[in-house]
Design a protein around this ligand. Structure first.
Ligand SMILES: [Cu+2]
Length: 304
C-alpha cells in the first residue's frame, strides 16, 4: 500500500454541492436493442445552477420510430416538427434547482445499430441550458459541458452482453491537486447476475485497484481486494470510507467539472471476464444520488 493520506477518502458530512458539472440530463436506460420497443426516460438531474426547471424540449432523432411522448402530471405537452416540449403548467410543477425529474417518450429503436443523439433544451426560471454538443467522431462526450444525450442502439448480441453488466449509478472521482499521488473513484453497482469486480484501469493513474476500508479499533485501514462480490440484484456501494477504486500514481491533477475514463473488469460465475468502460465526473464531493453520469460504452465484447 502506498502512502495515501486517509483524509483523501475521509467520509465528510459535507453538503452535496450542486455544481454545473452535474447539472446534466441523461437517459435512465442509455442502451436499446435494435428494432425493439424502447422507452426513452430522460432524467433531468437538476436545474440551471440555482434556478428551477420550467420546461424541457427534446429533439427526437428521425430514426427513433413511432415516438409517443408521454404526458407528465402538471406539465403541458406539445409537439412541433420533431421536437417534444413539456412545460410546467404552474409554479407548483417547476423542478427545483436541486430536484430531478423524468420525461418519457415511448417508441421503437431503429433496426440498424447506431448512436442516436437527443438534443435537449432545458429552460429555467433564469437562463437555459442547451444539451446539444456532439463529438466530432465516436460517442465519447468526455470533457463536454453540455453534451447531447446518447442512446446506443445495439445488435441483439451486444445488447444482451451489455445488459449482463452491472448497473452503475452515482459514479464519480474525487478531485486531486497537482502533486497528489492518489484519489478514489466511487459508485453504486447493481449486478443483474452474480458478478465479481476483479480489476480496474484508467489512463490518468499508474495503478487502479479495488480497495476496502475498515475501522480496526481506532485506526482506519485500507487494503486491496482481489475481488469484490456483486450479488444479483443487490446494490454494492463504493463510497468514501468504504469500498472504493483507488487511483494511485496519478499522472495529472483531476479537476472538478472534467471527466475521467475508467475501465472496470468483471468476472461472471463461469469465470468469463468482461470490461465496462465508464466516463466519471470529477468532483469534490458525491453528486446527488440521482446524478449518476456513468455511461456504459459499447461493449468490447467478452474477453476470454
Ligand atoms: Cu484505497
Amino acid at each position: 500500500m502506498k502512502n495515501i493520506t486517509a483524509t483523501i477518502l475521509t467520509l465528510g458530512a459535507v453538503a452535496t454541492l450542486c455544481t454545473s458539472a452535474f447539472a446534466h440530463v441523461s437517459l435512465r436506460q442509455p442502451q436499446a436493442e435494435a428494432g425493439k420497443p424502447y422507452q426513452a426516460v430522460l432524467h433531468v438531474a437538476h436545474g440551471c445552477g440555482e434556478s428551477a426547471t420550467t420546461s424541457i424540449a427534446m429533439r427526437l432523432p428521425p430514426s427513433f420510430e413511432s415516438a409517443k411522448p408521454q404526458p407528465k402530471a402538471g406539465w403541458t405537452l406539445t409537439e412541433q416538427g420533431g421536437t417534444v416540449t413539456w412545460t410546467a403548467a404552474g409554479k407548483d410543477a417547476f423542478l427545483g434547482a436541486h430536484q430531478g425529474g423524468d420525461f418519457v417518450v415511448a417508441g421503437q429503436a431503429p433496426a440498424k445499430p447506431q448512436a442516436l443523439w437527443f438534443k435537449v433544451v432545458q429552460t429555467c426560471e433564469q437562463g437555459s441550458l442547451e444539451w446539444s454538443e456532439l463529438p466530432a467522431q465516436g460517442t465519447s462526450t468526455a470533457g463536454m459541458k453540455t453534451p447531447a444525450v446518447l442512446l446506443q442502439v445495439m445488435a441483439a448480441k451486444d445488447f444482451a452482453a451489455a445488459q449482463a453488466m452491472p448497473k452503475v449509478e452515482g459514479a464519480w472521482v474525487r478531485t486531486a491537486v497537482a502533486g497528489q499521488s492518489g484519489t478514489g473513484a466511487f459508485m453504486k453497482l447493481t449486478a443483474r447476475e452474480p458478478l465479481q469486480l476483479v480489476g480496474a484501469s484508467t489512463p490518468v493513474a499508474g495503478v487502479a485497484q479495488v480497495h476496502e476500508m475498515k475501522m480496526e479499533g481506532d485506526v482506519m485501514h485500507m487494503r486491496p481486494l482481489p475481488k469484490l462480490d456483486l450479488p444479483a440484484g443487490q446494490a454494492v456501494e463504493l463510497k468514501p470510507g468504504g469500498y472504493h477504486v483507488m487511483l494511485q500514481d496519478l499522472k495529472q491533477p483531476l479537476v472538478a467539472g472534467t471527466t475521467v475514463p475508467l475501465t472496470l473488469v468483471f468476472r461472471d460465475a463461469k469465470g468469463v471476464e468482461s470490461k465496462l468502460e465508464l466516463s466519471l465526473p470529477v468532483a469534490v464531493t458525491a453528486p446527488g444520488a440521482a446524478a449518476g453520469m456513468a455511461m456504459p460504452m459499447p461493449m468490447d465484447g467478452h474477453k476470454h
